[in-house]
Design a binder for this molecule. Structure first.
Ligand SMILES: C[S@@+](CC[C@H](N)C(=O)[O-])C[C@H]1O[C@@H](n2cnc3c(N)ncnc32)[C@H](O)[C@@H]1O
Length: 277
């Protein structure tokens, strides 16, 4: 089976630090869990036989569900192609604003929402997925003349993998998603990263993941570790993260970030990979 790669540009995508992740993953494990799957770079790199993936982003999870099911995949594929043909600046805003009519949007089939998610991700500014307080997608157009929703060979490879392996696909909170993990399984946490500064104590950071959430994640990390699960997490190298995980192995690495909403976070930043083994 040829190796598939992520179908979305996702903030926090892990392609840049892949070598470090592969270096620090356990040698052997049973079931693979990725509770903050995003674009799923490590999942696709490992292509495990048994896996559970999860994300709190509903639309993203619809795409994974379409990749797993033959009938949904066909329909999803067709709608993506329609978006490519119809694409224009005006069309982008029409598709983007579909979720402003809440009741009508809720009634749309899953494959339509999935195709919209992929199209918006490719056509929006900087490949950013951002919703406002009402949960509506609010990123401006990337002003591209032509849009390709996916690479043909890659989308077929993705469909082949998901259809064959049928991973469990969840849309829950991360703590719920790992409840079934047992000794010998491997959980990789890639949460929204900790942010330095006062602001992150009081206001919502990306995905509403504040300091309290980081601490809750550490508690789940510890619980799994006590159960004999192999646990790995990535995060920013902040004092707070160092303090939270001081009882575990912390590996500091250099990484390059290309997606940042303000465009000022580019370049080299230190990250950490934490393991309990
Ligand atoms: C840093 S990204 C993951 C990037 C991914 N590993 C990749 O390679 O693209 C974090 C993800 O966590 C999700 N998320 C945020 N809060 C969550 C929660 N409480 N439970 C589950 N997922 C959550 C976001 O929707 C986002 O997709």
């Amino acid at each position: 089976m040829s190796k598939a790669t992520p179908f979305v540009k996702w903030a926090g995508g892990k392609r840049q630090i892949m070598n470090h992740l592969l270096e620090h993953k356990p040698k052997k494990f049973k079931h693979y869990y990725e509770p903050f799957v995003g674009g799923g770079a490590l999942l696709l790199e490992l292509a495990p036989i048994h896996a559970t993936i999860n994300d709190s982003n509903k639309e993203l999870i619809y795409v994974y569900k379409c990749l797993r099911n033959k009938r949904l995949f066909k329909k999803f594929y067709e709608v993506c192609k329609e978006h490519e043909v119809n694409h224009s600046e005006e069309y982008y805003y029409q598709v983007r604003d579909m979720d402003k009519k809440k009741t009508a949007y809720a009634k749309l089939p899953m494959y339509v929402k999935a195709a919209r998610c992929v199209y918006l991700n490719k056509a929006c500014f900087n490949g950013l997925y951002r919703v406002n307080g009402k949960g509506q997608f609010n990123v401006p157009s990337g002003k591209y003349e032509k849009i390709k929703c996916f690479d043909e060979e890659n989308i077929q490879a993705l469909h082949k993998y998901f259809h064959k392996r049928k991973p469990v696909i969840l849309n829950k909170d991360f703590a719920e998603a790992v409840k079934t993990a047992k000794a010998g399984d491997f959980v990789y946490f890639d949460p929204p990263y900790d942010v330095v500064g006062e602001q992150s104590f009081t206001s919502y950071t990306t995905g509403g993941f504040d300091k309290k959430e980081q601490a809750r994640l550490r508690d789940v990390f510890k619980e799994l570790s006590d159960r004999g699960v192999f646990v790995m997490a990535s995060n920013a190298n902040t004092e707070y993260v160092q303090e939270l995980y001081k009882d575990f192995n912390i590996h500091v690495i250099n990484a390059r970030r290309s997606i940042n909403s303000k465009g000022d976070g580019r370049g080299k930043v230190e990250e950490v990979i934490i393991t309990n083994y």
